[in-house]
Design a protein around this ligand. Structure first.
Ligand code: SF4
Length: 357
């Protein structure tokens, strides 16, 4: 007797087919029906699918074993077209995801952990400490909810929500495989971006997969090791030089680039000298730099830059011949901006400071 639940949100089509074969002696025909109903039609009750009309016994066994658990969306918060939604998990903890409007589509910012152990001092999530990594189903469930609860055509995913994706490597990779399955959510690897603090071991493991179409973003945020180690303790283990040498060996696609995230913090990393140092550091790497205004977390010791600060810093980088995009402060008012996910309510703590309410 099989007691291990069959978690549909953790399985590729091939994986589901193999499970049906091993557990019930069934195969692709029924796997296709389940996959279609769940991932294409948003329907976890597949008992009405014609493929099961003559397999009632099998259907009832499958219904007993199959677990479909994206978790309920318990709260949402909107700022213009941007939506932050909170999903409650089986153990009562909650995760945050963000739907970000872009010019032609929506991007879903997905969490991979509850809290984070990287400890970046400018980041809201870091204030929670680390609770646990998300399961594959909990990662995929966020995208599933964006598609079926919010009725979105999901094309782009960024793993930039709560947590360090490469600190949850196996589950991240399986979630990517599930989400790119052409029979299911069918999201192209080239439309997914993994954003990391620069965990070198994880970058190497990712490189070994040889997925040049998957985008890689490095959350750099500093022009040198001295500043970076102060605001990002992970730099003490994986210094900028170690990150650079891992990137130089990374299998990028032809004409591919790395995305560099640079959160501009007033009086911390925003001088002319910093712009020059940053450009020198990035010179050997093909990059596109996203310049992001710091969104103050609750009780933040840091200040956000003004529009003029941003324009000036961007101008210096452009003079250094870097490709720079200036990102807006979208989501600042609902704490859905970069480095701001994860309030106390997520851990079900007393929420004196909780600004979601
Ligand atoms: S910025 Fe990212 S890596 Fe750093 S603490 Fe926050 S969630 Fe973790």
């Amino acid at each position: 007797m099989n007691i291990k639940p069959l978690r549909i949100l953790e399985l590729t089509f091939a994986g589901l087919t193999a499970e049906l074969k091993q557990r019930y002696g069934k195969g692709k025909y029924h796997a296709a029906a389940v996959y279609r109903e769940v991932y294409r039609n948003g329907n976890s009750d597949f008992s009405g699918a014609y493929e099961f009309s003559k397999s009632k016994k099998f259907l009832s066994e499958l219904e007993k074993d199959l677990v479909f658990d994206p978790g309920p969306v318990v709260r949402t918060k909107k700022e213009g077209d941007l939506v932050k939604f909170i999903t409650r998990l089986e153990d009562g903890l909650e995760i945050e995801s963000v739907i970000i409007p872009m010019a032609t589509h929506k991007t879903i910012c997905v969490s991979t952990q509850i809290g984070c152990r990287m400890g970046c001092s400018f980041c809201e999530t870091a204030q929670l400490g680390f609770r646990r990594s998300l399961t594959v189903a909990e990662i995929v469930g966020q995208v599933y909810s964006a598609k079926f609860v919010f009725d979105l055509e999901v094309r782009n995913i960024v793993f930039m929500g709560m947590g360090e994706p490469l600190d949850n490597f196996e589950n991240l990779i399986q979630a990517i495989l599930v989400m790119q399955d052409p029979r299911g959510l069918d999201i192209a690897l080239s439309h997914m971006t993994v954003s990391t603090v620069g965990k070198v071991e994880g970058i190497r493991r990712l490189a070994a997969l040889n997925w040049p179409r998957l985008n890689l973003a490095i959350s750099l945020n500093a022009p040198n090791n001295r500043i970076r180690s102060k605001i990002m303790p992970a730099n003490l283990t994986d210094s900028m030089d170690r990150i650079k040498s891992a990137l130089l060996k990374y299998p990028l696609k032809k004409k591919g680039t790395f995305f560099i995230e640079y959160v501009l913090i007033k009086d911390v990393n925003d001088s002319h000298k910093h712009a020059h140092e940053l450009a020198q550091f990035l010179k050997p790497l093909p990059t596109k730099l996203n310049l992001i205004p710091y969104n103050p977390r609750s009780n933040s010791p840091f200040k956000p830059p003004s529009d003029e600060d941003l324009d000036r810093f961007r101008g210096w980088l452009v003079d250094e011949k870097l490709f720079v995009r200036r990102r807006s402060a979208k989501g600042r008012d609902i704490l859905a901006g970069c480095g701001q996910l994860g309030n106390r309510q997520v851990l079900r703590l007393p929420d004196k400071e909780n600004r979601m309410k």
